[in-house]
Design a protein around this ligand. Sequence first.
Ligand code: BDR
Ligand code: CA
Length: 306
Amino acid sequence: PRKIIIDCDPGIDDALALVLAHGSPELEILGITTVGGNVELARTTDNALRLREFLGFGGVPVVAGSAGALLRPRVDAAGIHGGSGLGDALLPPASLPPAAGHAVDFIVETLRAHPGEVTLVAIGPLTNVALAVLREPAIVNWARGLTILGGSYTRGNFSPAAEFNIAADPEAAAVVFGAGWTVTMIGLDVSRGAVTTEAVAERMAAMGRLGADLLLPCVRFYGVITAEGGPAIHDACAIAHLIDPSLITLEPAVVDVETAGRFTAGMTVTDFALRGRVPNALVGTSLDVGRFWDLLLTVYARVAES
Ligand code: BDR
Ligand code: CA
């Protein structure tokens, strides 16, 4: 299996991404690092710990990281994910604490220990990843890859121009995109297609405690579900891409992160016209929505039965 570290801010769609990664034999989770984002760090970390015990992957370390952005005041998305960060999901309190140490050190040391083997998957603001790059620039060579859920080349969700994970810490995102590796950017352009329909919710309703205690109270809180539409579970797209790369089409591009714009801070300015430049990103441009949900529902059903 492909070794991964998941840097996250659970977060409803982060939770659904973690279930997907946990239930997929194609992936081996070496650690979960947390960052302040959708809700504050104490809650994203607590949610990661609760999810770990609820899902039963107790051997995987959860390591807390950065509470807020490098240079800016903290923003959150509690209005979308609920005060707890997990909507109406009621997971039992965790009995085990996070691992000692800081997420940034965990990322650096894990990549150092397995050069060329570990893919970093970032589905929250990029603060921890940027600090890891600044601490040890060689991680860009040690990592097998970096896949993010974030950015957009069409429209924003935090602002007209910016997606939440980039807007929450634009300076960190600029460091990450400028670090010398090729960032796989799965952005809103793709993830907005990953909508939870009523048919999906019906399948989740047949998944025992996983459906009743986690999946449904998350997605029903996240948005109104109808036959055609519903909330998009963005973060699961980044994990799905690693399980089955054929689900998302990638195109090379040069991506610059706007940090100075009055109206555009956090915009991922994406140039598909390379004009001789070396691309710093592979950008998701389309999602096979049908096969995406086939994968998720198959994995979720397997987790529900285990
Ligand atoms: C991203 O923002 C967060 O609210 C979600 O968890 C996801 O990572 C989508 O823009
Ligand atoms: Ca997230």
